[in-house]
Write a protein that binds this ligand. Structure first.
Ligand SMILES: Cc1cc2nc3c(=O)[nH]c(=O)nc-3n(C[C@H](O)[C@H](O)[C@H](O)COP(=O)(O)OP(=O)(O)OC[C@H]3O[C@@H](n4cnc5c(N)ncnc54)[C@H](O)[C@@H]3O)c2cc1C
Length: 557
């Protein structure tokens, strides 16, 4: 049974004359304007009309926050085999080798396409394609194309410019997709011949809230792409932007699509702990340059956890910090680089210095309060290599998906590459489809709307959900904690289910509803895995089986 049903009883009261159906039509509807969505849009727009939705400003997306770079197997000393081997190693036995091979074999084409879109990567006249390649943890070769330390922003800005200038692309910001439109939402007076031809359920579009006009419209398209990013916001601390609330994963799941590997959430070890700055990453380079992790009493606790100390792999450092925070009942630990010297810190870490100073922390004089933060969602909507989901005419690409590339842990800089390669493949597949007339759909129904007095409740539920996910479903898990979390999530789900039909939808409510779906998927997936593997660490099942399968959750309908 689906978690929520779309309300389709009466025409919606949004100020249109009753006979006029407030529906926008296009050939391709892309939900999400990050790297994945923009790739599909730009490729398909060569032949078709495309609408792209972004739920906040167009510039807000995880893509714009990516720092390190994007994998490109370009160097003659490098090889596809080597990149596949590194991806398999990082993914701890759960990577689909066929997917990893497909992605790597298309990496050169992907980077070349970005260069053709005027993305200004850092240059090296002697490098392959004239690019400077850097190396990151887990990679055995230099294969990371980058634009200094702001790769995502440079890529995103270039692609947005191209999309804005494209005559076939309409970019709509501050539009929040609520629910996918499927056969279930078609009007009763369907053309009977067409009805006969619709044997299977399929996707026709989406109901979306226009934040500025505060109204919900149906937007229909021959094909729909969910490229809404990950779900980092389900945790109290996250490196992700406010847009990462798992909307696409939840929408696709509600519409009948399977999701995979949701228990594998990658945590970054060091995010600034401050009430006003919940999403600011403190780069690993600071530890690389010799900063120490300490308890508030000054004790350098990594000596108790790993002989590599602060330079142990990301998951070990994150787990150690989590352990110390829970053991001592403290809110954060300190990342202390004061011994590196004022000039060194200001010269090598100018952004961190300025950002911390802005909230009253002088990193040349004191340790930086840090906590681990949810960073990357390895699981998501199950797709094939062309981005096709279980629902015909619904595609998905980017961090919202599960393609099998990341397995139980993501290799650095593979995610941006996945966005371009699967986005391109989805576009190719979409262009193969004939365009069919879209039947009339029911407008959104807000007839049961009663009042706006529940806003405070929504905020409280947000906080409760993020805290319980942080405390019970974080880096180190136990069956008991997961079960408790599930119980509380079910109560929250019930509460939201009760007031969703009576409450005029707004962004907070839509996101809360989706966060709850994703939280449930994460917990249920974690409970299904009776071992510890990659990013999923459970004290009750510390062993890793010799072989394992991805965790797949199928919606009940
Ligand atoms: C701090 C940070 C650093 C990173 N560094 C790297 C790196 O160096 N290399 C690397 O490969 N990866 C990196 N990543 C991961 C990478 O940035 C993301 O995985 C990738 O950008 C995701 O792209 P996307 O297109 O799938 O989603 P996003 O870029 O997150 O875009 C999502 C889009 O969907 C829209 N959206 C969401 N919900 C709705 C809705 N309901 N209705 C309408 N629109 C909606 C949003 O508005 C946004 O436009 C980093 C991530 C972070 C947070």
């Amino acid at each position: 049974m689906m978690f929520f049903s779309t309300r389709i009883k009466k025409p919606c009261s949004i100020g249109y004359p009753p006979k006029y159906l407030p529906t926008i039509q296009t050939d391709l509807l892309v939900i999400g304007a990050g790297l994945a969505g923009l790739t599909v849009a730009l490729k398909v727009a060569e032949n078709r009309k495309v609408i792209v939705l972004a739920k906040r400003e167009l510039t807000e997306a995880a893509t714009a926050w990516a720092q390190g770079g994007i994998v490109g197997v370009l160097d003659e000393k490098d090889s596809y085999e080597s990149h596949v081997a590194d991806t398999l190693e990082a993914g701890a036995g759960l990577v689909s080798e066929a997917t990893a091979r497909y992605i790597t074999e298309n990496s050169q084409q992907a980077i070349q396409w970005l260069v053709d879109q005027d993305v200004e990567f850092t240059q090296d006249p002697e490098g392959p394609l004239g690019l400077h390649l850097t190396r990151e943890g887990g990679h055995t070769h230099r294969r990371i194309a980058h634009a200094a330390d702001a790769t995502g922003k440079v890529i995103h800005t270039a692609l947005l410019e191209k999309a804005k200038a494209h005559p076939n692309i309409q970019l709509l910001e501050n539009w929040v997709a609520i629910d996918l439109i499927t056969t279930h939402n078609l009007k009763d007076n369907l053309n009977k011949d067409y009805q006969k031809s619709v044997r299977k359920d399929r996707c026709y579009g989406v109901y979306a809230l226009n934040i500025v006009r505060d109204e919900v419209l149906a937007i229909t398209g021959n094909d729909v792409v969910v490229s809404t990013g990950g779900v980092g916001q389900v945790y109290r601390y996250t490196s992700n932007p406010a847009t990462s609330t798992g909307d696409g994963i939840a929408m696709a799941y509600r519409a009948g699509c399977r999701v995979g590997n949701m228990e594998f959430i990658q945590f970054h070890p060091t995010c600034l702990y401050h009430p006003k700055e919940r999403s600011f990453l403190i780069t690993e380079a600071l530890r690389g340059e010799g900063a120490h992790l300490k308890l508030p009493n000054g004790y350098r606790f990594m000596t108790d956890h790993d002989e590599r100390l602060e330079l142990a792999p990301r998951d070990i450092v994150a787990r150690s910090i989590d352990y110390e925070i829970k053991k001592h009942g403290i809110d954060y630990v300190l990342l202390d680089g004061t011994h590196l010297g004022v000039d060194f810190l200001k010269k090598h870490f100018p952004t961190i210095y300025a950002r911390c100073l802005a909230v009253g922390i002088d990193i040349t004089k004191q340790g930086i309060p840090v906590v681990p933060a949810a960073h990357y969602t390895c699981g998501g909507v199950i797709t094939d290599l062309h981005g096709q989901t279980d629902l015909p005419h619904l595609y998905s690409a980017g961090e919202a998906t599960y393609t099998g590339l990341h397995g139980a842990n993501r290799l650095a800089s593979n995610s941006l590459l996945e966005c371009v390669v699967t986005g391109t493949a989805a576009a190719d597949k979409i262009l193969e489809q004939d365009i069919m007339p879209i039947p009339e759909v029911h407008p959104w129904d807000d007839s049961q709307f009663e009042g706006d007095d529940e806003q405070e409740l929504i905020a409280l539920n947000w906080d409760e959900l993020r805290s319980l996910m942080w405390n019970y479903v974080g880096i180190v898990r136990t069956t008991k904690r997961l079960e408790r979390a599930l119980h509380r999530i079910e109560l929250l789900k019930q509460e939201v289910q009760n007031y969703f039909p009576n409450f005029r939808v707004n962004r907070d409510l839509i996101e809360l509803r989706n966060l709850i779906v994703c939280a449930e998927l994460i917990v249920r997936s974690a409970l299904e895995r009776k071992e510890s593997r990659g990013l999923h660490y459970c004290l009750d099942y510390p062993q890793t089986f010799a072989m394992s399968d991805p965790t797949i959750i199928t919606p009940k309908r």
